[in-house]
Design a protein around this ligand. Structure first.
Ligand code: ADP
Ligand code: MG
Length: 215
């Protein structure tokens, strides 16, 4: 949107206007920001050696352990409803722990006066489902639309990177991240991961569907 706006402004300027120089500068800096974001995304891309047999229930326990002090200080009661029959999946434990931690910390931020954090796991069809539910402030519709945008935050000292990075990590695992919220009631984040991992092509992740023979 910024790039398009700059382009439109430039179109309306007379060719000899001195402002062309400033617009060029702005465009160059914008291109630089785009390169930084692309590099950050590459950084978060799990390498194949990271993919190991991973116990999601254990990851949930680790995440709650890591955030225990935080939860306690905020007066948040954590509840787990974990499916003991959840089979291990092939995944990057470090990256998924990061996703769960991001979601738990967001839930905490949404409950400044305390509340209940519920973490569930289950097998649904061919997927493992992890749900992180809070009884917090909820997310207004105009924020819901922008949740996964890099650098989008409503917090004074937020980075706005937690959800965009989490979305990306889950997609790299062939899974999905969905967030459903009722303003005033709370929010549920759902991470779905295939029980049987199949590496995905980067082209697919970028929204480009490679042509299939015979279709
Ligand atoms: P940050 O936490 O740094 O703001 P995130 O990408 O993690 O960045 O989240 C983006 C925004 O989404 C938050 O600023 C907040 O407005 C909203 N959000 C995310 N999770 C929740 C939640 N559980 N409840 C309410 N709002 C949320
Ligand atoms: Mg966050």
């Amino acid at each position: 949107a910024v790039r398009n706006s700059l382009f439109l402004v430039e179109q309306d300027l007379p060719p000899d206007a001195p402002q062309h120089e400033f617009l060029q500068l702005a465009q160059n800096e914008l291109a630089r920001i785009a390169r930084i974001i692309a590099r950050m995304r590459d950084f978060y891309k799990p390498t194949h050696s990271e993919f190991q047999t991973t116990d999601l229930n254990a990851l949930i326990h680790e995440t709650l352990y890591l955030s225990a002090t935080y939860l306690e200080h905020a007066g948040i009661h954590a509840v787990t409803e974990l499916d003991p029959a959840l089979p291990p999946i092939v995944a990057s434990a470090d990256q998924l722990r990061q996703v769960l931690l991001n979601l738990v910390l967001n839930a905490c931020d949404a409950m400044p006066d305390g509340g209940t954090l519920t973490v569930r796991s289950a097998v649904v069809g061919s997927e493992a489902l992890v749900e992180i539910a809070d009884t917090g402030v909820g997310i207004p519709p105009e924020v819901q639309e922008r949740l996964f945008e890099p650098f989008f935050t409503t917090k004074a000292s937020g980075t706005g990177l937690g959800l965009s990075v989490s979305y990306h990590i889950v997609a790299q695992h062939g899974g999905t991240l969905q967030i459903e919220s009722q303003p005033g009631t709370g929010t549920v984040c759902r991470v779905r991961l295939p029980l049987k991992y199949e590496p995905r092509q980067d082209a697919e992740l970028a929204g480009y569907a490679a042509p299939r023979i015979g279709s």
